[in-house]
Design a protein around this ligand. Sequence first.
Ligand code: ADP
Length: 632
Amino acid sequence: MPTETFEFQVEARQLLQLMIHSVYSNKDVFLRELVSNASDALDKLRLAALRDDTLDADTSDLHVEIEIDQDARTLTVRDNGIGMSYDEVGRLIGTIANSGTAAFLEELKEAQDAAGAEKLIGQFGVGFYSGFMVADEMTLVTRRAGESSGTRWTSRGEGTYTLESADDAPQGTAVTLHLKPADPENQLHDYTSVWTVKEIVKRYSDFITWPIRLVPGAGDGEGTSDPETLNSMKALWARARDEVSDDEYHELYKHVSHDWRDPLETIRLQAEGTFEYQALLFLPAHAPHDLFTRDFRRGLQLYVKRVLIMDDCEALLPPYLRFVKGVVDAHDLSLNVSREILQQDRHIRLIQRRLTKKVLSSVKEMKANDADKYGTFWREFGPVLKEGLLGDPDNRDALLAVASFASTHAPDEATTLQQYVERMKDGQDDIYYMTGESRQSIENSPHMEAFRARGVEVLLLTDPVDEVWVDAVGEVEGKRLRSVAKGEIDLDVRDGEEADGEREKQAEAYAGLLGWMKEQLGEDVKDVRLSTRLTVSPACVVSDSHDLTPALENMYRAMGQDVPTAKRILELNPGHLLVQGLNQAYKDREDHAELVETAVLLHGLALLAEGGQPTEPARFVKLVAERLERTL
Ligand code: ADP
């Protein structure tokens, strides 16, 4: 096959430019990335060989090799792992498929300055391409295990790469960097120095479970003759707790998560007895961009006695903990257990239960001891964790104990449900909440008026999942969770009899108007009644206690379910001049057409006030314009 030249995908080109003119100060990490890819390739080969015993591959001495050639100024990272086919090289190396990287580029466009770009690289990482921070040319020679011919890929990182076949390629992948000229000011980062390379491997890749060998190369300066293994290969979870530094845990996190940032929390767990296992879990510091997408890759790495047997093992944690990264090493599982069997396995279910409890108790501790850390955690992952309130009744109390919510109690301080209950007013029986798109839209909604006037606290719930879990949970500590926008609300704290008397009088005075309006608005409303929740606005619409809210209806429709639109109730504020005037006009039997218009306008205003739309926007606008005209 002749050499062919290809253009990088646009996104890849942008990234490469960034690498070549690198703004990222910690260039050493390119080696961590290449070793991490090599280690993954060895894991993949072993798994493939385990699944398919007809695979024609050599798995006898799986390892990573690093070779330095000082004369040629090259550094090669070689593995004898799974390798890539010709097509795979084009697909995996020529393009950026990773959705996180796409998001990264989006943000990069906005961060014009170097400091912004550096911060972003630190967040996302760019894997293989990071080689171009230190190299002016990269060559990758690879042969997929089981295939007979290999592929050579080369690029100077400037827009194009070439592909050709390489018949003599050994199994696995070798990446050779032709290093940029050494910086005389910065000897520490000369990657042709054996000492430098050893330090970097020790620092970032010590825990890699495959041997990483430094092989003697032409002019490597030290005249080494035998390959030297640079890493201890000790699994961190198998080492004594006090022997492992935070930095070492963090490097393992970066390897398993492909995140370039440190984790927020490291959790260790050890189970002894009949079914022995160790777990090392990490809570990331940032929610990934694709956390709520269908193809988010969740799961922990599952090992059996130090041997990786599954990469994204979903069965180890419930879906609402899908952001947790880490490793579980179980001692008594079969090496070739399948995903399907794992889902059913009793021991795996026990591990899942135990890990879930451990994660939740760690969050609880974090909440008690480190408010900032907990704040970060809840901001990033609260919306996912709350899914557990629906799906995992067994841990509902533990979840509620670590949950916190925005509230009218304080503008930028979250509250727990327990704190809310402690602050409840005398005579208040329920926990009030309102759902909506943002704190601001909720606070401006007419439904909040009486609560504000009477100083009754309301939880402000703005995550999509909030619409659902409140119904599923129903009550907390014996207090009902009640939406301020649903059903009838009675906040009247005055002496019962006096209030009742006044209400009766009002009901009598408005009975005619309410019945008539209901008739006029017809299909648009379920009922028209007097409101106890308004102090300033003339009217609002509310949902009946057991009906779906409009937001929920939309959610179900977005999921493809066919739900009818629930009619809503129009509430009028008898304390408002407009409503009083309308009642008088009704009683005086003023012009009928005019009265109907006012009813329609009032209904439209109520819908607008909660962020909705009048039933017939064009008619509404026309009526308002006509009335305004008359005031001129
Ligand atoms: P990431 O490792 O984050 O997926 P990279 O850009 O580093 O991103 O690599 C892209 C893909 O190329 C990898 O996911 C893997 O499929 C493939 N790849 C990279 N290095 C190797 C290697 N040494 N052996 C086999 N495949 C590799």
